[in-house]
Design a protein around this ligand. Structure first.
Ligand code: SAH
Ligand code: SF4
Length: 404
């Protein structure tokens, strides 16, 4: 007779699905109904230390500890920007650090600027809430007595990045390592536990350090947990994966999530020569291949792909570039976010001047595209796009992971 096959190894306790918890608990000689309890402590109540799961019997809490249920990261440093943005430097047990950023909506529900087509309008859009712009403004709870501030969290998926885009601080030191799914989800659990009174986590954008689709398996599991109704329960359209353009993984993401999570593409250029100079990934997956992937992405009705276009003075900001961009995007449901490049220490590249940015936007608006200029958020604490570096900061007193 064949020996009984060894049971499949279970994922890290922080990222087990309820069914996986049932298996784990049955193996530990526990009753299956405990699975939902444990899962909810973690994903709904932000408690990751088994010792704090007060309605579980003490012996089970010990078993959960032995299973490895414990915080996977700690806060090394919090820097608060004058605009309310908080940048957290988090540290993993091996000493690796990444950054995650909490970005409150500008001033309460429905306050995000909407570009009306007037190119002279002061720049706002959606530093944070890439997706918020589509939200009906009346969604705020009419019975609520205290206004809720919607918060977008930007999370990292790798320590460093292998893609080497020349304008980006995250890529400067190369890839140190991938994050595990528990380290990705752990940032969200931590972020949620640190929200201020009246704040609510509404959007998560995978736009921190790293290329999410280069770490596909971990990213996909994290996404699954972020949108699980029994768990963190973010709306899938409010979870945005931003990629520099890994074509096979874009296809895979589309298949695995039926196009439900929002896709953001870092396009940044309109010819292969230009794009390859800014983003080496373009040599592997040139523009035509990338655009074909966008055309076949299984986008649900009334949804759009976000096109990110970082404007770099003298590189990709000419009138001709804007015209070519219009041509490239023709027929694809998109909205375009223009990001005037945030300066980084290791590069002399710089953003265009304001009028040039507006001129670029005008071309897209005139062609009928939604086109927003991303307002800088948190750049006084180096928390703006592309400024998340490996170079952390001096250690400060530790802040405990779980809510006190
Ligand atoms: N690796 C992914 C997600 C992280 S970067 C990606 O590249 O899409 C998030 C966004 O910030 C990307 O659009 C990226 O191109 C942009 N970005 C990087 N460096 C920047 C900088 N210095 N100024 C403005 N945007 C930048
Ligand atoms: Fe990596 Fe994105 Fe930065 Fe490029 S822009 S180096 S893909 S994090």
């Amino acid at each position: 007779m064949d020996p009984t096959p060894a049971p499949a190894p279970l994922p890290h306790p922080l990222v087990r699905l309820p069914a996986e918890w049932r298996d784990a608990l049955v193996r530990l000689g526990e009753r299956p109904f405990r699975a939902q309890q444990v899962f909810q402590w973690i994903h709904r109540r932000d408690v990751v230390d088994a010792a704090d799961m007060t309605d579980l019997p003490a012996p089970l809490r010990l078993k959960l500890r032995d299973e490895g249920l414990a915080p996977v990261l700690e806060t090394e440093l919090v820097r608060r920007s004058s605009d309310g943005t908080r940048k957290l430097l988090v540290r993993f047990p091996d000493g690796a650090t990444v950054e995650t950023v909490l970005i409150p909506a500008v001033s309460g529900p429905g306050a995000l600027g909407r570009v009306t087509g007037d190119a002279g309008q002061e720049l706002d859009a959606d530093a944070a809430s890439v997706d918020d712009l589509d939200e009906p403004e009346a969604e705020a709870d009419p019975g609520a007595t205290v206004a809720t501030t919607r918060v977008t969290q930007c999370i990292s998926t790798q320590v460093g990045c292998a893609m080497g885009c020349v304008f980006c601080a995250s890529g400067v030191a190369g890839l140190k390592r991938h994050l595990g799914p528990e380290e990705i989800v752990g940032q969200v659990l931590l972020g949620r536990s640190l929200l201020d009174e009246g704040e609510q986590l509404r959007n998560v954008v995978l736009m921190g350090m790293g290329e999410p689709l280069h770490n596909y398996e971990a990213t996909a599991r994290a996404l699954k947990l972020l949108i699980l109704p029994d768990g963190i329960n973010l709306s899938s359209r409010r979870v945005t994966v931003s990629t520099s353009g890994l074509v096979p993984e874009i296809d895979r993401l589309g298949r695995d999530f039926a196009g439900q999570v929002t896709l953001a593409i870092s396009l940044h250029a309109t010819t292969d020569a230009q794009r390859s100079a800014l983003m080496p990934i373009n040599k592997k997956h040139p523009l035509a291949e990338l655009m074909a992937a966008l055309r076949r992405y299984p986008l649900p009705k009334r949804r759009r792909i976000t096109i990110e276009y970082t404007l770099v003075a003298g590189q990709n900001d000419a009138h001709e570039d804007a015209k070519r961009l219009v041509g490239l995007l023709r027929g694809i449901p998109v909205k375009v976010n223009l990001i005037p490049m945030n300066p980084i220490q290791t590069s002399t590249l710089e953003p265009p001047r304001g009028p040039r940015v507006l001129e670029f936007q005008r071309v897209l608006l005139d062609a009928g595209y939604s086109c927003f200029i991303r307002r800088r958020r948190g750049d006084d604490v180096d928390a703006a796009c592309g400024q998340l570096a490996l170079l952390g900061a001096k250690p400060r007193p530790k802040i405990p992971f779980a809510k006190e």
